[in-house]
Design a protein around this ligand. Structure first.
Ligand code: TXA
Ligand code: MG
Length: 321
């Protein structure tokens, strides 16, 4: 890919960046915490592009960025605690995890197949302008190759990802340099990732300081809690055909068609976009039919996005605790 289009902050360039997002392209943009690597959060193929660009060896759920509290409240099951935190800290460096709304438009790859979603309204004027122009949720992890430090200047993004993204909205440094504070409101408020908004500040709004993720178990790393989807059915990997009438087959490529196929043309990007949705559908089939117990999955090549797909399949196939 050629070097990313470098877009300075002006109305024509904001419109250009929003149009690229609508077309399923990748646009990096500044937020007050770090530069984010954005894609249309409702377009699985576009979100797969984020993981490909970052060369991330696994899929984790992404934060959906929106321009306003009203927009956030349409993606998740909003509640009074969320409203109080939004009034206190949005726009700003706070991410809220809530149950997914009934008919949420978010791609299953954005949420990594979870029944919850992370939402945030960033404060940076360039992020605000882009999100308002785009009009929908933008999935964005930090705009750095996997395993490298988070980008706070446009030139960091250019150096790390310049040839792997379509455009870069350049508007000076991200002021904070530390990723947003993440609070889960799925149950008792829980701090999943510390940030510049402190536990004490959150406590002042909530009436009680949030619990700290993993505080009781001592083993679960922050952010890992609640962040894995596994089907209820058993899984058998590297399957070339069904082993019996108890299996449904998730195919890949033209040779192993399957009951559902991740990508007829053997595109890893298409397979990534379909992965969680197809697993959910086959799992539902197994739940509805007691004779079906196992999802057999065709071999997925281990290169590029195939690494992340295989990582997720291996986790899903691991014995349940
Ligand atoms: O400041 C930030 O938050 C930056 C800017 C770009 O907004 N973004 C960022 O994204 O740090 P990322 O992908 O590096 O971190 C997102 C975190 C991950 O640790 C992920 O596990 C967690 O959010 N997360 C997302 N959805 C979740 C969910 N449904 N349940 C639990 N954790 C979730
Ligand atoms: Mg990150």
């Amino acid at each position: 890919m050629p070097q990313a289009e470098l877009l300075s902050l002006n109305p024509a360039n904001i419109a250009r960046a929003a149009a690229l997002l609508h077309a399923g392209r990748l646009v990096a943009f500044p937020t007050e915490t770090v530069y984010g690597l954005g894609a249309d959060a409702c377009n699985g193929d576009a979100v797969a592009g984020i993981f490909a660009a970052k060369a991330r060896p696994s899929f984790n759920p992404l934060i959906s960025h929106v321009a306003s509290t009203e927009q956030a409240a349409q993606l998740v099951q909003w509640d009074e605690r969320a409203q109080a935190l939004a009034e206190a800290f949005w726009p700003g460096p706070l991410t809220l995890v809530l149950p997914l709304a009934q008919h949420s438009p978010l791609s299953a790859l954005t949420t990594a197949g979870l029944p919850s979603a992370a939402v945030r309204v960033p404060a940076h004027e360039a992020a605000q302008a882009l999100l308002r122009a785009f009009g929908g949720p933008v999935a964005a992890p930090s705009a750095n190759p996997s395993g490298q430090i988070s980008p706070t200047h446009a030139h960091h993004v250019q150096e790390g990802l310049g040839h792997r993204i379509d455009a870069l909205l350049s508007a000076g440094p991200a002021q904070e340099g530390l990723e947003s504070t993440i609070v889960s409101l799925l149950d008792t408020p829980t701090l999943l990732r510390p940030g510049t908004i402190t536990r004490a500040e959150l406590g002042q709004v909530l009436g009680v300081a949030p619990e700290v993720s993993g505080a009781h178990s001592g083993v679960i790393a922050p952010g890992q809690l609640l962040s894995h989807y596994a089907p209820g059915a058993g899984m058998r990997l590297n399957a070339h055909a069904k082993a019996g009438a108890h299996e449904v087959l998730l195919g890949f490529g033209p040779d192993i068609a399957g009951d559902l196929n991740l990508s007829q043309s053997a595109s890893l990007r298409e397979a990534a976009a379909n992965l969680f949705d197809h697993l959910h559908r086959l799992d539902a089939l197994c739940r509805a039919n007691p004779a079906l117990t196992t999802i057999a999955v065709a071999p997925i090549p281990p290169n590029g996005l195939g690494r992340a797909i295989n990582d997720r399949l291996t986790r899903a196939a691991a014995p349940k605790p």
